[in-house]
Design a protein around this ligand. Structure first.
Ligand code: AQP
Length: 335
């Protein structure tokens, strides 16, 4: 990157469910508070990724607009960053095919999320979509199309980002320097927020059991109830031990992320789980309050949101096209 050039940042969120506290602490919060101010940042609702599992068309469309609205409500500023919907920019799919031609079958099958989701689909008696296997190629395309330098994500995306880097390197080696090698960044705390009922599993928005998932649009009373009922463990002293005490560690991580403290130090201030849970509940309610309020206002003005997305897609298209054309030419196509 030339000295004067601003870093390019890309990141996205899938409309597979309502956005969660995990999405907020792992990714969105940095997009809003840091990334859009310091870099040329693009944020995307990656709707094509939502089609890799069984879905209801009207729900995907509704969740796509809701995710975009919430991203604006949380503080993304269309004057400072580019917000758009993946399926409105054809370059992602054009490049995805070249990524499929760069990846090997074996490395796609090694993806943990593929193995887990494929097993889940099979257990339900459903069939596994081919796109579930190939979607990391689309994700690599999402990132590489923009000459992205940094990808701010939660920890669950580590393996996909490693694959993206491998594909960029392999493509450049085979066909000449075309893509920037992106680096991945994680938040200092709460990089993997765990499900409050199953603290050894990630809090994921598409999971069927919702009691352990805090959604950004949950009413404050619902947030409080979910946090107070969080699964902890049989010991009663409050210590930060991720391996041995995942439930309490998760609550301390969330509290640290909300209040800016350090989870181990915070643990020293509590003599009981009850007091810790009450503080976590209030901290989360306060953290989410402004975005909830702003969401209600923005949801009443869908034309504004659609306008932001239209402008965003136009800008994204113009940024991606030259690099994707160059990649087509590099592999021997008449682009
Ligand atoms: N629990 C989490 N803790 C920290 N970061 C998280 N992210 C997601 N969950 C957590 C980060 O949020 C961004 C968008 O996530 P996503 O839409 O790709 O995935 P999801 O919310 O986890 O949705 P699903 O459908 O439930 O996903 P699967 O089942 O695929 O895990 C990313 O930066 C992500 O790291």
């Amino acid at each position: 990157m030339a000295m004067a050039e601003r870093a390019r940042i890309f990141s996205g969120v899938k409309p597979t469910g309502h956005l969660t506290l995990g999405n907020y602490l792992g990714a969105m919060r940095r997009w809003v508070e840091e990334d859009q101010h310091r870099a040329d940042a693009l944020f995307c609702v990656v709707d094509l990724h939502a089609l890799t599992v069984e879905h209801e068309p009207a729900r995907v469309r509704r969740l796509t607009r809701q995710a975009a609205t919430l991203l604006l409500a949380a503080g993304l500023d269309p004057e400072r960053c580019t917000l758009f919907v993946q399926s409105q920019v054809d370059e992602h799919l054009r490049l995805s095919y070249l990524m499929e031609c760069t990846a090997s079958d074996g490395e796609m099958r090694r993806m943990i999320q593929y193995k887990e989701k494929a097993a889940r689909e099979q257990a339900r008696g459903g069939s596994v979509r081919l796109s579930l296997l190939t979607y990391p190629a689309l994700m690599a395309a999402d990132i590489l199309a923009y000459g992205t330098h940094e990808v701010p994500v939660g920890e669950d995306q580590a393996q996909h980002l490693e694959l993206t880097r491998d594909l960029a390197g392999r493509f450049n080696e085979r066909y000449g320097a075309t893509f920037v090698m992106p680096k991945v960044t994680y938040p200092a705390v709460a990089a993997r927020v765990m499900d409050l009922q199953e603290p050894t599993s990630k809090m994921g928005k598409s999971h069927a059991r919702t009691a352990g998932i805090v959604y950004l649009l949950d009413e404050p009373e619902v947030v409080r109830k979910k946090v107070i009922r969080a699964v902890t463990d049989t010991a009663s002293d409050v210590v930060y031990e991720r391996g041995e005490r995942p439930g309490v560690a998760n609550l301390l991580d969330v509290l640290a992320a909300c209040t800016g403290g350090d989870p181990e130090r915070l643990a020293e201030g509590y003599a009981s789980y009850g007091a810790l849970k009450r503080d976590v509940a209030e901290a989360v309610v306060e953290l989410l309050r402004p975005a909830r309020k702003r969401h209600a206002e923005l949801a009443a003005d869908p034309a504004y949101v659609d306008g932001v997305l239209r402008d965003g897609a136009e800008r994204a298209r113009a940024l991606a096209r030259p690099r994707v054309d160059a990649a087509y030419r590099a592999v021997g196509l008449m682009a």
